[in-house]
Design a protein around this ligand. Structure first.
Ligand SMILES: NC(=O)c1ccc[n+]([C@@H]2O[C@H](COP(=O)([O-])OP(=O)(O)OC[C@H]3O[C@@H](n4cnc5c(N)ncnc54)[C@H](OP(=O)(O)O)[C@@H]3O)[C@@H](O)[C@H]2O)c1
Length: 283
């Protein structure tokens, strides 16, 4: 990225590598970045970029100005700390210094990954997101909801669900704001707290059907995941992360979306209405 005479960021020619570009956040980051006039280099395995194969990284990063880094499955895995650290060092070596990492709010297990980024020499920004609203409409939770029940180990804890489109808008604003957010850790939340039961009730109302929420102990949920063939080490990490995140530590909202994009974050009710209209929970 270059700066013009007035010292503001010149984003005309800025190229950003977007990892996970076929996923929930990456697809929206790519769309928002294109909308802001950035050149997007979409990165995923189909496009020859593999987090598990470092020999694919340089061709993806070379001559870019910035990168959005999301590590598949979970940012709190030991593989994420290793991969993000190694990729960040390689990016810096190639002159791609501006790196934005998607992390998870309140997830102690993600701290080594964040540290791997911040010690890499990059001009970093960390975006710690709350639980995505789109977890309910895209991914493994959808199937149960389509059949009328969400079984999940979240008890009655409350969470400020964040719309992934707000994550994308924040990442894009961060990338197009020069050095303003370099060295900052942002915590993104939606505008209000909802329990899983309340969230499912809002979705149920939006669909005009009946979807119920059944809380279960984390251990039984882990056993169910194992029964679906999720590898033991992933089950162990996910259940540990769920126990960490569901203890009430995240039951408050922040103002960071508004600070960065200058408007309130999207409300869960709007997400539920739009996703229902798009048929997210239709059989
Ligand atoms: N869900 C939440 O509420 C939440 C909250 C905060 C933070 N997070 C963090 O968000 C991240 C997940 O982000 P997301 O939900 O946007 O992802 P996602 O929808 O699960 O998509 C995963 C993306 O990663 C790509 N991918 C998978 N394996 C890959 C590999 N070996 N090499 C390169 N690309 C690979 C996939 O593309 P291909 O399959 O085409 O390669 C896909 O684009 C995790 O780190 C998680 O900890 C999640």
């Amino acid at each position: 990225m270059t700066q013009n005479a007035a010292g503001t960021a010149n984003t005309q020619r800025m190229t950003v590598v977007v990892t996970g570009a076929s996923g929930r956040t990456g697809s929206r980051v790519a769309e928002a970045a294109r909308g802001a006039g950035l050149a997007v280099r979409a990165a995923s395995r189909a496009r020859g970029f593999d987090w598990e194969d470092p020999t694919t990284w340089a061709q993806t990063l070379r001559d870019a100005d910035a990168a959005y880094l999301m590590y598949p499955s979970d940012v709190g895995s030991p593989a994420a700390a290793e991969g993000v650290g190694a990729l960040a060092r390689e990016a810096v070596g190639l002159g791609v210094r501006r790196l934005v990492l998607l992390s998870a709010r309140g997830e102690d297990q993600a701290l080594p990954t964040e540290e791997a980024l911040t010690s890499s020499g990059a001009d970093w920004t960390i975006v710690r997101a709350s639980w995505f609203s789109q977890n309910f409409s895209e991914g493994p939770l959808v199937e149960g909801m389509v059949h009328g029940e969400l079984v999940f180990p979240a008890g009655e804890v409350r969470e400020p669900f964040v719309d992934v489109r707000d994550i994308a808008d924040v990442v894009t604003a961060v990338l197009t704001s020069g050095d303003r957010y370099v060295g900052r850790t942002l915590e993104l939340t939606g505008p209000r707290l909802l329990s899983w039961r309340e969230a499912v009730a809002e979705i149920s109302g939006a669909t005009g059907g009946t979807i119920t929420y059944t809380p279960v102990p984390t251990r039984s949920y882990g056993e169910a995941l194992a029964g679906f063939g999720v590898p033991p080490e992933e089950v162990e990490l996910l259940t540990e992360v769920f126990d960490t995140l569901m203890d009430g530590r995240n039951a408050h909202v922040t103002d960071d979306v508004r600070e960065v994009v200058g408007r309130a974050p999207r409300d869960f009710a709007d997400f539920a209405r739009e996703a229902a209209a798009a048929g997210a929970w239709k059989a």
